[in-house]
Write a protein that binds this ligand. Structure first.
Ligand SMILES: C[C@H](C[C@H]1O[C@@H](n2cnc3c(N)ncnc32)[C@H](O)[C@@H]1O)NC(=O)c1cc(-c2ccc(F)cc2)cc(O)c1O
Ligand SMILES: [Mg+2]
Length: 214
């Protein structure tokens, strides 16, 4: 059978990006998605907002929900301070296999732990598995109807502390209305919307940044 879109995206990275150069991996994926095949990476426009929030938080421990091909994984990891690490959760093994190779090409594999499996199973094991007490930054980019249950799970597992920052992709398109309602009407969160566009299109979308108040 033929190749998949993630496999074609990986080939584009291996052909066009310099090994060990995260920025060239990011640019190669954005070029592929603009000129060859659209893919559901956070993209360059929302990616710049992601970059500014990650740089501001400068997290020691970060979590990403929904790795896909590893585009935002590389975007986040390239900005981490020395000694910091990013845990990324992906339940589709084919996507995870592509992401591992994209991450390896970027040279950032030592800063990244990719865990295969559904987030609902992995989140409760993070503390014991990675010896962390809390998360400084969480990027939500998985099934949009999992944003609320997984945010509640992060709270229940004691993984959020006063000042932990949640950043959620796609709150407009495909949309996460229950999540917006949850974080915007909850006294334990201070929320702000960053308007942008769906990756590689002019359709409205945006990121919601929510600070946990403890
Ligand atoms: C959900 C996907 C992203 C990945 O998340 C993994 N995943 C899921 N649920 C779990 C879990 N519970 N645990 C771990 N991993 C998990 C999955 O396997 C995908 O690889 N993202 C999207 O569907 C997505 C879709 C669009 C989009 C927008 C307009 C359109 F016309 C069509 C599509 C844009 C985006 O920006 C997205 O992010
Ligand atoms: Mg997304």
């Amino acid at each position: 059978t033929g190749s998949s879109r993630p496999q074609r995206l990986l080939k584009a990275v291996q052909r066009n990006a310099a090994k060990g150069d995260p920025q060239s991996v990011i640019s190669a994926i954005d070029y592929f998605c603009r000129h060859s095949e659209w893919a559901m990476n956070v993209g360059d426009e929302k990616g710049s907002i992601l970059d500014s929030v990650v740089s501001e938080v400068s997290p020691t421990t970060a979590l990403e929900l929904g790795t896909y091909c590893g585009y935002s994984t590389v975007r986040i990891a390239r900005l981490l301070p020395p000694g910091a690490s990013l845990i990324t959760l992906e339940f589709n093994p084919d996507y995870a296999a592509v992401a591992r190779q994209v991450i390896a090409h970027s040279g950032l594999q030592d800063k990244i732990h990719l865990v295969e499996g559904p987030s609902g199973d992995s989140i409760p094991k993070l503390k014991e598995r990675f010896g962390i007490t809390s998360l400084d930054f969480v990027f939500l980019d998985h099934w949009k109807d999992r944003y609320v249950p997984d945010t509640k799970l992060l709270e229940e597992c004691g993984l959020l502390r006063k000042g932990s920052v949640l950043l959620a992709d796609n709150v407009i398109c495909p949309g996460a209305p229950e999540y917006l309602d949850y974080v915007r009407n909850n006294p334990r969160y201070e929320s702000r919307y960053f308007q942008s566009h769906l990756e590689y299109t002019n359709v409205e979308d945006g990121l919601e940044k929510s600070v946990f108040l403890g």
